[in-house]
Design a protein around this ligand. Structure first.
Ligand code: AMP
Ligand code: MG
Length: 406
C-alpha cells in the first residue's frame, strides 16, 4: 500500500510539468478559467483621492468651531473639481474627487446649513478624514492576480476594476468520463432487480463543470472487457479520462486489463479510507499522443473523495493552476472533535465526514463508503492518521468542501 501523500507527490508533478496552450477570453467569459500570466494594473484604483462620505471638503487649518463657511463649489461623483478657495468649503458627495487644496471631509450629519446657505460644523476634523486615497485599493504596477489563479467572481470583478477587457487564460481542459457497472441504471428508468442508479457520473460532471472544464461523458459501460476498451478508446482525444468502478481485481473488474491493452497502467492500493484502489496511467491516441487516465473505485463516497483529493488537483495542475491553489493540505485547520473515534484503522488513514459549526466537528453517524448522504449532510472532511484515536474535545485536522473546491 502507498500513503496518500506519496501518491500525490508521484502523480501531481506529472500534471504540473505539462505545457498548456493559451487563449484570450473576454472578461464575461473568464469565470473559472485559469490565468496564463500575471495581471499587472496599469492604473491606480481609485484613480484620485475621493470622498468616502456625502458632506463637505474642507481645509482643516481654516476650521474654527462655530464659524460659518461659504460653500464655493459643488462636487458630485464623476465631476472634476476646482482648487478650493481659501476660507471656503466644497459640497461633496461619496466617490467625488477631493478638490485640490482640501485635506479632509466632514460628513453632512456634522454640518448645519444656515439660512444664508453657509454651513457651520458641529465637529472639527483632522487631515485625511473620510478621504479614500488614490491607489489605496490597487497601485499602478501591482500584480493584481498571479498566473495560475482560477478566476472566481470576485477576481473577475477585480479585473474589471482595473479596466481590463480580456485576459489570457489556459485552454479549457477536456475531460472524459465513464462509469462502469452492469448493475447501473440511469435516473428516469425503472430499476430492475439488482440494479442501482448511477450517481457517480453526476457528482463528477457537476464538479468538473463547476471548474468550467469541458466534459465528455460516455455514461454507463457494462462490466465487459471489450466494452471497457471501446469506451476508453472513444475518449482518447480528451486531455484526461476518469472512470468509476471495476478497478479492483475481481472477475468483474475490467478497467485495469483494459487500460493495459489500450495504454499503460500504474495502480496502487492507497492507504486511505475511503478510496483504496486507484488506477493511473494513460490511453494511447491512435494518431499519437496520450490521454491521462484515472480509475477510481465505484463506491459513491470513495469515488467523490478520491476525485476531490487526488484527481481534481491533478486536473487543475494540468490546466495550469498553481500548486498552492490545488494543494488542499495547506488549507487544513484544527477543529475540536465533538465525537469519539476509538477503533481507528492501524493501516490506513481515514477521512471522516463531519459537520463543523463554530470550530466544533460533529460526526455523520454512518461513515460507510456507500452512503452518499454522508457527503450531502457534512461540511468537510477530518483527516485521521493511521491508528489515530479521537476523544471528545480533542483537536483534529479538517478541510472544508469549500476549500477543496478552490
Ligand atoms: P466497484 O468499484 O465497481 O466494485 O463498485 C463498488 C460499489 O459502488 C458497488 O456497490 C457499486 O454498485 C457501486 N457503484 C459503482 N458505480 C457506481 C455509480 N456510477 N454510481 C453509484 N454507485 C456505483
Ligand atoms: Mg463494478
Amino acid at each position: 500500500m502507498i500513503d496518500l501523500n506519496d501518491l500525490l507527490e508521484q502523480v501531481w508533478p506529472i500534471a504540473a510539468q505539462q505545457a498548456m496552450r493559451t487563449e484570450s477570453v473576454e472578461l464575461k467569459n473568464a469565470l473559472s478559467r485559469v490565468l496564463a500570466e500575471d495581471v499587472v494594473s496599469t492604473l491606480n484604483v481609485p484613480q484620485h483621492d475621493n470622498s468616502g462620505m456625502d458632506g463637505y471638503a474642507v481645509r482643516c487649518a481654516d476650521l474654527q468651531p462655530g464659524q460659518p463657511f461659504r460653500v464655493s463649489q459643488r462636487v458630485p461623483a464623476g465631476s472634476s473639481p476646482q482648487h478650493l478657495q481659501p476660507g471656503t468649503v466644497a459640497r461633496i458627495f461619496t466617490g467625488a474627487p477631493i478638490p485640490p487644496g482640501a485635506d479632509s471631509v466632514i460628513m453632512q450629519e456634522d454640518a448645519v446649513v444656515n439660512d444664508d446657505a453657509s454651513v457651520t460644523f458641529n465637529a472639527l476634523s483632522k487631515p485625511g478624514q473620510w478621504i479614500r486615497r488614490a491607489g489605496e485599493d490597487i497601485a499602478s504596477g501591482q500584480v493584481v492576480l498571479a498566473k495560475g489563479s482560477r478566476l472566481d467572481a470576485i477576481h473577475v470583478g477585480l479585473l474589471a476594476s482595473i479596466g481590463v477587457p480580456a485576459v489570457t487564460v489556459t485552454k479549457r481542459l477536456k475531460v472524459g468520463v465513464m462509469v462502469t457497472g452492469s448493475e447501473l441504471q440511469s435516473p428516469g428508468e425503472v430499476l430492475q432487480p439488482g440494479q442501482i442508479y448511477n450517481s457517480n457520473e453526476y457528482v463528477w460532471c457537476g464538479l468538473l463543470e463547476s471548474m468550467n472544464m469541458e466534459v465528455r461523458s460516455v455514461g454507463i459501460v457494462p462490466d465487459n472487457f471489450e466494452a471497457t476498451c471501446t469506451a476508453l478508446q472513444s475518449l482518447a482525444d480528451c486531455d484526461a479520462v476518469i472512470s468509476s468502478g471495476g478497478v479492483s481485481v475481481g472477475e468483474e473488474d475490467h478497467v485495469k486489463p483494459a487500460i493495459e491493452k489500450v495504454g499503460q497502467l500504474r495502480s496502487w492500493k492507497v492507504a486511505m479510507k475511503p478510496g483504496k484502489p486507484i488506477a493511473f496511467g494513460h490511453i494511447n491516441r491512435p494518431g499519437g499522443g496520450q490521454s491521462w487516465f484515472f480509475g477510481l473505485p465505484g463506491n459513491p463516497v470513495s469515488s467523490a473523495v478520491a476525485f476531490q483529493l487526488i484527481v481534481k488537483p491533478f486536473l487543475g495542475l494540468l490546466e495550469g493552476q498553481a500548486r498552492n491553489e490545488v494543494d488542499w493540505r495547506s488549507r487544513m485547520r484544527k477543529v475540536k472533535a465533538d465525537f469519539a473515534w476509538s477503533k481507528p484503522d492501524s493501516r490506513r488513514e481515514e477521512f471522516l465526514r463531519v459537520d463543523v459549526q463554530s470550530d466544533k466537528a460533529g460526526l455523520f453517524a454512518n461513515q460507510s463508503s456507500g452512503v452518499l448522504t454522508s457527503l450531502a449532510s457534512s461540511s468537510g472532511l477530518i483527516r485521521l492518521a493511521k491508528g489515530q484515536q479521537v476523544e471528545p474535545g480533542g483537536w483534529v485536522d479538517y478541510v472544508s468542501y469549500q476549500d477543496l473546491m478552490k
